[in-house]
Design a protein around this ligand. Structure first.
Ligand code: PLP
Length: 393
């Protein structure tokens, strides 16, 4: 099957389901009856295994080309459980422009356990080599970083990392397996905030980790059960349902995002647009080696006086946290996903008050553009009126 959308839709009924439902039923159960007094069955207790969660894990393994996948209660639960593959004394190299929550858990939880991290531009081979220490054991990459969408060539970094015996973990949240399959590019572990594109409807928090080789699969399977931050049956079902339309959602949102990015780049007051599909983006050259498309997120830097009135004037785009869903959302990383960093860390990463991340959803492109245009016009007007008032004052 060549078309990934066929695989996304075409799940057979679960063998456990006597009614042969077309979709996967929600097994809202903790305990499974044991038929043989001497041997537990395939399922015994939901933390260890649940048929609905298993269906999601099997589909994610298939989509990512993995030996096994594991579903968690959130993206952070997936990342944190995978970080437990490391031990006290280990050192990690992490994409500098990473999700704020990833940096927070590393700095405030894992550092206390003796697992240290340095933040590096993982798209820069020389910077990686310079940051490597004798204790370095792993590289945690965002192949498309959050929020500037810098692009890391997973194949090149994996080749370098494996030469030095490092484990390669790739957060594939912004691309999804429709646009990129990091295990095929040499990574060892793929991570997802399934809250975003995979579920796709801004209505469930979940995470996934998928691994290529068997030994890693048993270690992670052990950790998933031992730590217990598993995806609930109903949440697993919501992700499964969202996955059925992932291909078509992403295709449509990506087209809109590409057109809006090009349009925004020519607007007064928009100082910079970050979208890897645009030739001026620093990751544009690497894009075709990493992904089959540039995705549905873009970030923009607005002139300082425009930010507040622009955000306050938007009607169709919701101001909030999150991305990858059917509803278009604008976020201010400095106040949302990266608010947990210190002001100095944000400034070092160029996450200023004027940076706005735009997650393009499924509304009509013309309606979204009209909303942006109206808000920009109002913001420019308000800003000039304020400047004139200040002159008079
Ligand atoms: N990875 C990336 C790239 C993210 O953007 C996020 C959240 O925004 C996470 C992981 C964490 O996911 P969750 O919010 O599902 O815990």
């Amino acid at each position: 099957m060549k078309d990934i959308q066929t695989r996304l839709v075409g799940r057979a009924s679960r063998p456990e389901d006597a009614a042969f439902a077309l979709g996967v039923p929600i097994y809202q159960a903790v305990t499974f009856r044991q038929a043989d007094p001497d041997r537990p069955g395939e399922y015994d207790y939901s933390r260890s295994g649940n048929p609905t969660r298993r269906a999601l894990e099997e589909l994610m393994a298939e989509l990512e080309g993995a030996t096994a996948a594991f579903a968690f209660a959130s993206g952070m639960a997936a990342i944190s459980t995978c970080l437990l593959l490391f031990s006290a004394g280990d050192h990690l190299l992490v994409t500098r422009d990473c999700n704020g929550g990833t940096q927070r858990v590393l700095e405030h939880v894992f550092a206390q356990l003796g697992i240290r991290a340095d933040y590096v531009d993982t798209h820069d081979a020389a910077a990686l080599e310079e940051a490597r220490r004798p204790q370095t054991r792993g590289v945690l990459i965002e192949n498309f970083s959050n929020p500037h969408l810098f692009v890391t060539d997973v194949a090149a970094v994996s080749e370098w990392a494996h030469r030095h015996g490092l484990l390669v973990l790739v957060d594939n949240t912004i691309l999804s397996p429709v646009l990129s399959r990091p295990l095929e590019q040499g990574a060892d572990v793929v991570l997802h905030s399934a809250t975003k594109l995979l579920a796709g409807h801004n209505d469930v928090t979940a995470g996934v980790a998928a691994v290529g080789q068997g030994e890693l699969a048993s270690r992670l399977g052990f950790l998933q059960n031992a730590v217990g931050a598993v995806a609930a049956p109903h949440d697993s079902w919501l992700v499964l349902r969202g996955l059925k339309t992932l291909g078509v959602r992403l295709e449509r949102a990506q087209t809109t995002a590409a057109n809006l990015a090009a349009w925004l780049a020519g607007q007064d007051g928009v100082e910079r647009v970050f979208y890897p599909g645009l030739p001026g983006h620093p990751g544009h050259e690497r894009l075709s080696r990493v992904a089959a498309g540039a995705g549905q997120i873009l970030s923009l830097e607005l002139a300082p006086g425009l930010v507040r009135p622009f955000l306050a004037s938007l009607r169709l785009f919701a101001l909030g946290a999150g991305f990858g869903g059917v509803e278009s959302i604008v976020s201010r990383p400095a106040l949302s996903c990266h608010a947990c960093l210190t002001a100095a860390q944000r400034s070092e990463r160029s996450i200023g008050p004027g940076l706005i991340r735009v997650s393009v959803g499924l509304e009509g492109e013309a309606d979204l553009r009209d909303d942006l245009e109206r808000a920009l016009t109002l913001a420019r007007r308000e800003n000039s009126a304020e400047a004139a008032n200040q002159e008079v004052g």
